[in-house]
Design a protein around this ligand. Structure first.
Ligand code: FE2
Length: 376
């Protein structure tokens, strides 16, 4: 028996955030105090957001959260600031980091927290309460799919660990996918985000936890993004490609919300944590080598190749190299201050439970070393 579950109400379309009052009424009801979490002051200046701030049906407290890859410390600061308002809804407008922070904030709302250590312990021991507070995600990068998944990545820099906040009852009440918010991204970020979505879909396609629904969603997302990514770069700013990326990223999110990711994400985490390689870039470097590595373990391989628009797995590397080059994305480890001698350290930290063991091919340290050497 296969299972697929995703309870997020999804609103799509250019300018759809203009209907936020109706969306809140339909998805949440009548909240009293809303925390509006945004990634930048510039979001608050947008007319569409200004109108929301003027709503008199509820009080809206804006908080600017600029931290990429949110840490335990960032979350404690955010919790303390938000606690001043007895919030019953978080609306988050931002990339994956802001949405992950919103998700975590919803989980922490009811808890007594006095220190960073309390936040660390709650996340580590997964003792966060069943959230009474709801959240709505409005992605500003088309990549993470965080608006339709129920887990958040929080980094514990002190302990050098990636933590995960996850609850089946903490899916967003609504996802508002409005490409108005993605239009101001720099082109290289738009491309690395799109490739993050391709990684989500590809890994979902071959994940041990796959099923026919997730595979169909994954193929749709890969094909849509790969067919439009050249247009996105060449004619950057055109709304058609932006809309495709927003939709493709959300659909990839739906796919991996039920399967989780696999080896590309697992191997990418130490690159982000210890070398500052942006998440989308780190995973995008690993997609092609992992397809080659998983070649003999791919179910319905022809469909995957067709979605990428190639005849064999090796062509995917050429395609990815061309995209990285055209978008000006540094895609080799040596470009990111990784020394050759650091590869052993990366190998040791590449095995995240729940990700690497979700890969169809069982990987040993030597396999991971070969992959990292190939992208050095
Ligand atoms: Fe990702």
């Amino acid at each position: 028996m296969y299972r697929f579950y995703n309870p997020v109400r999804t609103y799509l379309g250019n300018g759809c955030f203009g209907n936020i009052k109706e969306i809140i009424a339909e998805a949440v009801g009548t909240p009293k105090n809303i925390v509006l979490l945004v990634w930048s002051e510039s979001v608050l200046e947008m007319e569409i957001v200004q109108n929301f701030l003027k709503e008199d049906a509820y009080a809206v407290k804006p908080i600017i959260f600029t931290n990429a890859n949110p840490t335990v410390e960032n979350l404690f600061t955010l919790y303390t600031e938000a606690k001043a308002v007895t919030y019953d809804l978080v609306v988050a407008i931002g990339g994956g980091s802001v949405l992950d922070a919103a998700k975590t904030l919803a989980c922490l709302q009811n808890m007594e927290i006095q220190s960073e250590e309390d936040v660390r312990n709650i996340i580590n021991e997964k003792t966060y309460a069943s959230p009474k507070c709801k959240w709505i995600g409005v992605p500003t990068t088309s990549g993470t799919g965080s608006e339709v998944t129920c887990w958040a990545t929080i980094w514990d820099m002190k302990k050098g660990k990636k933590l995960s906040v996850e609850r089946q009852d903490n899916y967003a009440a609504a996802a508002v996918v409005d490409a108005t918010f993605t239009a101001s991204m720099p082109m290289s970020l738009a491309v690395s985000s799109a490739l993050d979505a391709v990684a989500h879909a590809t890994e979902s396609y071959w994940a041990n936890a796959r099923n026919p629904v997730t595979k169909a969603l994954a193929l749709y997302a890969i094909k849509a993004i790969m067919e439009s990514i050249d247009d996105l770069i060449t004619n950057y700013g055109n709304t058609k490609a932006g809309d495709v990326m927003a939709m493709g990223s959300m659909i990839a999110g739906l796919a991996f919300s039920n399967t989780r990711t696999t080896a590309c994400h697992s191997i990418s985490y130490p690159l982000t944590m210890h070398y500052g390689v942006p998440h989308g870039v780190a995973v995008s470097m690993l997609v092609a080598p992992m397809i080659v590595c998983n070649d003999a373990y791919l179910e319905d391989k022809e469909d995957l190749l067709d979605a990428f628009g190639v005849k064999c797995v090796e062509e995917i590397q050429e395609k990815m190299d061309a995209i990285h080059k055209k978008a000006g994305i540094k895609s080799r480890l040596c470009d990111w201050n990784v020394a050759k001698e650091d590869i052993d350290f990366l190998v040791k930290n590449a095995f995240t439970k729940g990700r690497i063991d979700n890969n169809p091919r069982v990987l040993c340290e030597a396999d991971v070393r070969t992959i990292l050497q190939n992208i050095y």
